[in-house]
Design a protein around this ligand. Sequence first.
Ligand code: NAD
Ligand code: GLY
Length: 370
Amino acid sequence: MPLPALSAPPERVDIQLGERSYPILIGAGLLDDPLSFAAVPAAASALIVSNTTVAPLYAKALRAALAGRFRTVHLLELPDGEVHKNLQTLNLIFDALLGHGSDRKTVLFALGGGVVGDMTGFAAASYMRGVPFVQVPTTLLAQVDSSVGGKTAINHPLGKNMIGAFYQPQLVVCDLGTLQTLPPRELSAGLAEVIKYGPIHDMAFFDWIEANVDALVAREPAALAYAVKRSCEIKALVVGQDERETGLRAILNFGHTFGHAIESGLGYGEWLHGEAVGCGMVMAAHLSQRLGGVDAAFVERLTRLIERAGLPTTGPALGAERYLELMRVDKKSEAGEIRFVVIDKPGSAAVSSAPDALVREVLAQCCQAE
Ligand code: NAD
Ligand code: GLY
């Protein structure tokens, strides 16, 4: 499939959730354009929540774009990193809101990756029992996944994303230009969540990613534009049917059960979330093969693509018992039984339990020796 040309005005994907519907705008140069934010509710003040890495790059431009809509636009810079996605850092947002005397119409803008987005969303869900917020994702991972769909959360030392809320933004603005300043490791981490959409829903998209992975790693604008748009379309389709993950939405967690265990087992921030998901998808593919959903050739194809995206495909040596213990804390677990997202045929996923013996076999095959 040829690469589509970058187009202006921006591409638009809609999340259809009745009165909580909102658009995702995708394009270059959106962050500094006041028109990108024309649909944001009117209010006296806005708070941009960012971090010490992203704010110096993009907060000035966003502030200028918002200046005509709000009397005051405050900026809060959080410490950077997954290790800070916790209650203490969340409280900095409440301190800033209360310190500025922010009322219940105040609009929060999450300017950054998934960490800033998840924390700002949770703060918006709970400040005065809910204020409007806008996602301005600046990582590939956040543009294709975390900024869309309303999952907000912080980590707890005993489990990843364990404290949070479903709370939808008013608008998502994906400025593709911001991806040009991402460190290469972060770009690869985002590609893990792009690749995810193929095996779970769309093998034609999987074929496209295979054909274009080098262009994506090289950050070719047209390739990134298509990857973000198609990913958002698939996520919109799933979230539109199952906002609160009573069933279908769980397929978006392909690779995440193993991945979350890697993240919390090593300590948050040691492996990036996307790296853990990439490796977790390899493990979940092996489990799917053992459960009869896919063949060895499919597992090999997925593993090769994950490798070409610059992601790890061998898990750390946490030990099988530790993996199992960590995976029991996953939100999909029921009555202590671990539930995995498995591929039941290429392009289709389901949630399944699996005998511990099979999981141990997968861990033995996919992890470094202890
Ligand atoms: P991140 O937010 O930590 O960002 C990665 C790094 O890139 C950070 O150091 C950040 O400061 C930096 N950065 C961000 N934008 C930049 C830019 N344009 N230029 C240069 N540097 C930039 O990590 P992430 O991968 O974006 O998000 C991971 C988080 O998202 C995890 O906490 C994960 O649990 C969460 N997540 C949530 C959902 C959801 O549905 N809510 C889905 C997937 C992941
Ligand atoms: N990233 C998984 C979800 O949004 O459901």
